[in-house]
Design a protein around this ligand. Structure first.
Ligand code: SF4
Ligand code: SF4
Length: 124
């Protein structure tokens, strides 16, 4: 009986202790967390020179380059950042975008038009 009362008091104290602490969760999606600088979100492609290095270092074969179409299959991508790290001209960047859920697999296939300059809308 005494054990139960002590247990109850300890749990009440624990609740009381946390009552005045700031919550660690956010009211997503109204509030969003700011990602750290080294966060690896959606890969974005800019001024590519078609050296093909990224296709060789991608461990899952998620990157295909055909003509001016640079395709990244997010079904395969594991967000390892290899492509961005080894690109000699830093044409790939791992952005902070993480809201990538889709209700159709085809939406997870990113196609960048690498004939367009950086800053232009080059993704479809
Ligand atoms: S982040 Fe990794 S898995 Fe994704 S495309 Fe780049 S190299 Fe491939
Ligand atoms: S994104 Fe970078 S590594 Fe990949 S083909 Fe273009 S220039 Fe080469």
């Amino acid at each position: 009986m005494l054990k139960k009362i002590i247990g109850l008091i300890i749990s009440m104290l624990t609740v009381f202790k946390h009552l005045f602490k700031r919550p660690v969760t956010l009211e997503y999606p109204e509030k969003k967390i700011t990602q750290p600088e080294n966060f690896r979100g959606k890969p974005v492609v800019g001024n590519c020179i078609k050296c093909m290095t990224c296709t060789k270092v991608c461990p899952t074969g998620a990157i295909k380059i055909e003509d001016n179409n640079f395709k990244i299959d997010l079904n395969k991508c594991i967000f390892c950042g290899n492509c961005a790290y080894y690109c000699p001209v830093k044409a790939i960047k791992m952005s902070s975008e993480y809201e990538l859920a889709a209700n159709n697999k085809s939406y997870l296939s990113l196609v960048y038009d690498i004939a367009k300059k950086e800053g232009e809308d080059n993704v479809s």
